[in-house]
Design a protein around this ligand. Structure first.
Ligand SMILES: NC(=O)c1ccc[n+]([C@@H]2O[C@H](COP(=O)([O-])OP(=O)(O)OC[C@H]3O[C@@H](n4cnc5c(N)ncnc54)[C@H](O)[C@@H]3O)[C@@H](O)[C@H]2O)c1
Length: 351
């Protein structure tokens, strides 16, 4: 997928979303390499939140596109709640602004398909910051996996005990929708494979402080036949795993382990990347706009990670395995009936 390049150093940007994670982006943007990026303003529906977060003198606004126009910004960083990803990113792309958006790509696969169509129609880059994929240890784990021959099973155990407050406490699927996407995306990256089907169960343990299901187990069949097994919980006091979870990759010629925090076991030769996390996403976005080379996380590439989440949720609700192909077909049928621009609808209907 080609997109419009921008050869401007530093890249002037507006940050949208001044909530918990938006403030982490803000701190990173203010400390980032001044030749890479220049923060021109902070937008939030809640203007007071934008004012409270922004350093004195930095312009703020409630309309991201208007703020970008007013300040001369050339790109948006979208760190709003998942429900706002679709409207905020659509408006930006059609205003000629490339977008680096927080995960998840959108709230649903149908919205993701319409954002993909919007990126194609406008020729603007839309990249998802799937920041945990950019962990340099994960790159080294992948180099190890490449040496294991054919892979039988990949497992992730994720066990934390987190009290967030806010939107996560009220979600129907706080683990699958808000967190498991990182592991699902990392599994696709490790295996260089896409999901074919999933069987998933989710439930809420009696002591859970979440409204929705805090626990889930999912088994994915990946292209090539490898099974990816995810076992996660938000409500597991004691012996917690790292935020990346604990990984085991069983292959034809051996096994690789990663606790998600320390170096993966067995020596690997992956190149060292000086960046990690959200700064690595920012770096990849700016580089892509300069070179025109599609980055990992570009909307076409990221879509299947969100599809894994939606398929797992469907399987958990229905109690039987779900094929990814069926999820994509249903999402496309839904997308054309949803609130989208007529040109986006025509693009979706054209396939
Ligand atoms: N990559 C990671 O590790 C990671 C970690 C935490 C959060 N996130 C993601 O970051 C995003 C934000 O999470 P958060 O914890 O900061 O949420 P939050 O609820 O703390 O903040 C979201 C902010 O978005 C604002 N907002 C909502 N709709 C808007 C709109 N239409 N226009 C402008 N502003 C709008 C809200 O007013 C709020 O200030 C989510 O997508 C979340 O999944 C990613």
């Amino acid at each position: 997928m080609s997109f419009r390049t921008i050869d401007e150093s530093p890249l002037p940007v507006v940050l949208v979303g001044a909530g918990g994670f938006g403030r982490q982006w803000l701190a990173m943007l203010l400390a980032a390499d001044k030749n890479m990026v220049e923060l021109r303003g902070v937008a939030d529906l809640d203007l007071e939140a934008a004012r409270a977060a922004a350093p004195p003198g930095l312009p703020v606004g409630s309309d991201p596109v208007e703020l970008a126009r007013r300040t001369g910004a050339k790109a948006l960083i979208n760190v709003t709640v998942p429900a706002a990803h679709h409207p905020v990113t659509t408006a930006a792309l059609f205003a000629g602004l490339p977008v680096l958006g927080e995960k998840p790509l959108a709230e649903s696969v149908s919205q993701a398909l319409s954002l993909r169509a919007a990126a194609e129609l406008t020729g603007e880059l839309f990249m998802v910051s799937q920041s945990r994929r950019r962990n340099p240890q994960l790159a080294r784990l992948r180099a190890l996996v490449d040496g294991l021959g054919r892979i039988g099973t990949v497992t992730t155990t994720f066990a934390r005990s987190e009290r967030f407050g806010g939107f996560r406490d009220r979600m129907a699927q706080p683990l699958l929708v808000d967190m498991a996407i990182h592991a699902f995306d990392a599994a696709r990256y490790l295996l260089g494979a896409d999901p074919v089907s999933v069987w998933c169960q989710s439930w809420n343990p009696p002591w859970s402080w979440f409204d929705g299901d805090a626990n889930a187990v999912a088994v994915f069949e990946m292209t090539g036949g490898t099974r990816y097994v995810y076992n996660g919980t938000w409500c597991s006091p004691g012996e917690i795993t790292s935020w990346n979870g604990a990984w085991r990759i069983s292959g034809e010629h051996g096994t690789a382990l990663w606790d998600g925090h320390d170096e993966p076991l067995l020596p690997g030769n992956a190149p060292d990347d000086p960046y990690g996390g959200i700064e690595a996403s920012l770096h990849a976005f700016v580089e892509a706009l300069r070179t025109g080379e599609p980055p990992s996380g570009e909307v076409h590439e990221n879509l299947m990670s969100l599809a894994m989440v939606e398929a797992a949720v469907l399987s958990a609700e229905r109690g039987f395995p779900v094929r990814l192909e069926d999820v994509l077909t249903a999402a496309r049928d839904r997308a054309v009936t949803e609130e989208v621009r007529p040109d986006v609808r025509r693009r979706l209907m054209a396939g």
